[in-house]
Design a protein around this ligand. Structure first.
Ligand SMILES: Nc1ncnc2c1ncn2[C@@H]1O[C@H](COP(=O)(O)OP(=O)(O)OP(=O)(O)O)[C@@H](O)[C@H]1O
Length: 256
């Protein structure tokens, strides 16, 4: 069954005179990895934030897990937000806290679990994200770019979200580290039964880690399709996008 986890209907976003989205309709299905792509400034991040309830749209309907997000009471909305995890592009780790303290932070904010249980959950998520137990004591400044992403992922996963939002998860990573991060996202999706929505500029991520890709152009979604179909889409903005982009290995994408 293709259960809808997120449904956007006729969503509009505007900042003053700047129109960003005009009539976005999109359904994200449980268990899929969906990427949002488009030219710079086309509104990818605003759309991701709208879906994650971090930005209230100018108009339109958002349903999450079947609930109309506009009609929720404060407590119901808080509960619903805990089912969503958002990983920011730069990781947004607290520089004065260790990896362990960063990952424990949401548990301190949202649970009353005893310290020993928090410790177990934090270490489990740190290892699931592919860090060593010994990395827990390190500060963000002591981590490589790839390790920062993994620590941020561990923190995003610590409350067991059902939907994971990733804003440019491989930006700033070298090709090998980026490939390993893509593989980790795919593995964790299966392992933890996640639905994943991401914004990316990374063509390798699109080919290696997504089920469907939504293309934003001219304030609208002009196509939503698996990448192997999207690359042949006739819309001029889609054709221009793929003509101008290369994979980490250079040239056109070819299966490994
Ligand atoms: N809080 C805000 N206030 C005013 N304008 C905003 C705000 N957030 C985004 N915008 C505008 O909305 C438009 C879309 O921004 P957005 O960051 O979603 O683009 P993007 O497709 O993610 O771009 P990029 O690929 O460069 O990151 C831009 O014109 C941006 O200036």
């Amino acid at each position: 069954m293709d259960e809808a986890v997120i449904e956007l209907k006729d969503v509009h976003n505007r900042f003053g005179a700047t129109v960003v989205h005009e009539g976005i309709d999109l359904t994200v299905r449980r268990g899929e990895i969906l990427a949002i792509i488009g030219a710079s400034g086309s509104g990818k991040s605003v759309l991701l934030r709208t879906m994650a309830l971090l930005h209230r749209p100018t108009s339109g309907q958002i349903r999450l897990f079947g609930c109309d997000a506009r009609r929720l009471s404060g407590e119901a909305e808080r509960h619903l937000r805990l089912r969503l995890g958002f990983m920011f592009q730069n990781g947004a780790l607290f520089s004065s806290l260790t990896v362990f303290e960063n990952v424990r932070f949401p548990l301190d904010e949202h649970t009353r679990l005893p310290a020993f249980l928090k410790r177990e959950l934090v270490m489990l998520k740190i290892e699931l994200a592919g860090l060593e137990a010994g990395d827990a004591a390190k500060y963000p400044r002591q981590l490589s770019g790839g390790m920062v992403k993994r620590a941020a992922l561990a923190r995003t996963l610590v409350l067991d979200p059902e939907v994971l939002f990733l804003d440019e998860p491989t930006s700033g990573l070298d090709p090998v580290t980026a490939g390993a991060f893509d593989a980790l996202v795919v593995e964790l999706k299966s392992l933890l039964d996640l639905t994943v929505v991401m914004v990316t500029h990374d063509l390798d991520t699109l080919w290696n880690a997504t089920d469907r890709v939504a293309f934003l152009a001219g304030h609208r979604l002009v196509a939503v399709a698996p990448i192997r179909e999207l690359v042949h889409h006739p819309h001029p903005a889609v054709a221009a996008y793929f003509a101008a982009r290369h994979t980490r290995r250079g040239g056109e994408w070819k299966p490994r």
